[in-house]
Design a protein around this ligand. Structure first.
Ligand code: ZN
Length: 89
């Protein structure tokens, strides 16, 4: 981490927290139990704890399933549209 740059861009509060061994994002104590080498490296750069790194970078999440592509929802929806048509007709 480049201290001068951090200070120059106004991260003095965050730097103070890092100096206290705390996370600059959530202000909690760093337990140094990082899940992998990448997290350890990120901590050295940003000083963020594991929890904040997880929420900041996001764990790999499954692709959101489409409402219509759900077979049950799709079926119910098709049925509802059919009922509506029948009422109109
Ligand atoms: Zn944190």
């Amino acid at each position: 981490m480049n201290r001068e740059i951090m200070l120059a861009v106004g991260f003095s509060k965050e730097l103070a927290l890092i100096d206290e061994g705390k996370c600059p994002r959530c202000s909690s104590e760093i337990d140094h139990n990082f899940t992998d080498e990448l997290s350890q490296k990120e901590f050295k750069k940003s000083g963020m704890c594991q929890g904040c790194q997880d929420s900041f970078f996001g764990p790999p999440s499954p692709a959101p399933t489409s409402f219509i592509s759900n077979p049950t929802v799709g079926h119910v929806l098709a049925h509802a549209i059919e009922l509506k048509r029948n009422k109109k007709g």
